[in-house]
Design a protein around this ligand. Structure first.
Ligand code: GDP
Ligand code: MG
Length: 163
């Protein structure tokens, strides 16, 4: 069975855009409206042909414990718990939010190996963008731009080294 990497984060941080960059597909639904991706979505990353792995694009986690948002949050948690590696995706433009804090809390409980991926750093000072999230205390942090494919190769190399 191929290793599994889960993309986890609040709505609109760019999980589906990163999913597309990794899987080079347009399958994932990318939309400006937060929370549009509701279902788990699986694809295979073959950027290194010798070492494919499965990527799961979890739905936006709306932080509400009922209805569709609640079901989505449960699916995202389930995906993270079965993953070999979690990429916790945050928005470098908006900075840390209380929803990011909430997600981080349950990610720590799930205790899966996790990298912090600060997306949307195109046109930003990468160091400043990362500093905004330094209180999260991650050893593995990456400043990327999924939309422009910046930093994807470095991230991929570290992901493969961890799988
Ligand atoms: P998701 O809800 O986490 O899956 O986020 P999406 O992938 O649907 O992206 C939400 C919005 O952010 C869309 O308008 C994307 O075009 C935009 N976006 C995603 N990645 C980047 C990026 O690296 N840079 C910029 N500037 N915008 C991005
Ligand atoms: Mg999405």
């Amino acid at each position: 069975m191929l290793p599994l990497v889960a993309l986890v984060g609040r709505p609109n941080v760019g999980k589906s855009t990163l999913f597309n960059a990794l899987t080079r597909s347009r399958d994932a639904l990318v939309h400006d409206e937060p929370g549009v991706t509701r279902d788990r979505h699986y694809g295979v990353c073959r950027l290194d042909e010798a070492r494919p792995f499965v990527v799961v694009d979890t739905g936006g986690i709306a932080g509400v414990d009922e209805g569709l948002a609640g079901a989505t949050a449960r699916q995202a948690r389930a995906a993270a718990e079965e993953a070999d590696l979690v990429l916790f995706v945050v928005d470098g433009r908006e900075g840390a939010s209380s929803l990011d804090d909430d997600i981080l809390r349950w990610l720590r409980k799930s205790a899966r190996p996790t990298f912090l991926v600060v997306n949307k750093t195109d046109g930003l000072d990468a160091r400043a963008a990362l500093a905004e999230f330094s209180r999260y205390g991650f050893a593995d942090v990456f400043a990327i731009s999924s939309a422009h494919r910046h930093g994807i190769d470095e991230l991929l190399a570290k992901v493969l080294a961890r799988l």
